[in-house]
Write a protein that binds this ligand. Structure first.
Ligand code: C5P
Length: 310
């Protein structure tokens, strides 16, 4: 399967964006990261990564799509992912391995939807196949956690509970498909800046960090209204404090009938849950009239994580 894909012009992988349906954040640990209890859902908005052989030792990338602010050099997270895979799993012939990655971006940059992590996850999978590397999904997730907190989930997808830095994953039972409207901004928010504001505001939870039981129960029974009511994000106040218009955007979505409205991760993308596809169309029209968002997208979840496209 891998060989066939290589011969037809590279290994092609697509990777979904994520929404955090719940995000409980504790204090910062000694490693500089906050401990989390989160519920991730992967949604049908994808970046694509194509890996083709390059000269021995070369690891490079080019970018297409929504790429403003994304580096195309060795600091690109996908390039770092390929390099890390080569070093750790390339074996004695690692110096012979080379790759050029073409990354087609649709996930908003610095948008709170793990676009950079998606590209890293895509690069890990595509290069593992291209180079015929013997690494199982757990190996890739472990490498992914070294690159970014959301990379293991981008490999896994569906709906999952994430703990520690968001890197320890357990599947969450869900029924049905959830229809979301995403309101995106062409001006990103820096994740470290949002966490810093979170700390400045003294918002870290002091008690036990646990995924929200009401949300998990609602997901397991497919009760979309209860899921909407249980959405929560501890970073939301910090994101709104840095970008006050997000508060207006969330209120506009609720006024227009969303069952739940939330900043996705560190923002500024906002996610609105609707009862079904028709309601999502109606809500996207209403939100596009507010001029509070640069882009409106309709997506559904859960969807699988990084996958080969044949
Ligand atoms: O892991 P990732 O590179 O996505 O994290 C970006 C930044 O977000 C980190 O450098 C850190 O400032 C912040 N962060 C955090 N706690 C987490 C995840 C991210 O403080 N659990």
């Amino acid at each position: 399967m891998a060989q066939m894909t290589v011969e037809t012009g590279g290994v092609h992988v697509r990777v979904p964006a994520k929404i955090n349906l719940a995000l409980a954040v504790g204090p910062m640990s000694d490693d500089g990261y906050h401990r989390l209890a989160t519920v991730f859902q992967a949604v049908s908005l994808y970046d694509e990564v194509v890996a083709i052989w390059a000269d021995a030792g070369e690891v490079s990338c080019s970018l297409t799509g929504e790429i403003i602010g994304v580096p195309a050099d060795s600091s690109n997270l996908a390039v770092r992912a390929a390099e890390l895979l080569r070093q750790r799993y390339g074996g004695p012939d690692r110096d012979e391995l080379g790759v050029h990655l073409t990354i087609k971006k649709a996930i908003p940059v610095a948008g709170g939807m793990a676009g950079g992590s998606a590209d890293a996850a895509g690069a890990l999978l595509a290069c593992a196949v291209l180079w015929d590397i013997d690494a199982d999904p757990d190996d890739l997730r472990e490498l992914g956690a070294l690159l970014g907190s959301d990379v293991p989930f981008a490999l896994t997808g569906m709906t999952a509970v994430g703990t520690d830095r968001g890197t320890h994953l357990a599947p969450a039972l869900t029924r049905g498909t959830y229809h979301w409207v995403l309101a995106t901004s062409d001006k990103g928010l820096s994740t470290p800046a949002v966490y810093q504001r979170f700390d400045e505001l003294g918002l870290a939870r002091t008690g036990l960090l646990e995924p929200d039981v009401a949300l998990l129960t609602a997901l397991a029974s497919g009760d979309v209204e209860a899921v909407g009511a249980a959405l929560s994000n501890d970073l939301q106040t910090a994101a709104i404090s840095l970008r006050p218009s997000l508060g207006e955007l969330l209120a506009a979505g609720k006024d227009a009938g969303a069952l739940g409205a939330i900043v996705s991760g560190s923002g500024p993308t906002c996610a609105f849950l609707t009862r079904g596809e028709n309601e999502a169309v109606d809500l996207s029209i209403a939100l596009s009239h507010t001029n509070l968002a640069t882009g409106i997208k309709r997506v559904a979840g859960p969807v699988p994580g990084a996958r080969l496209l044949s």
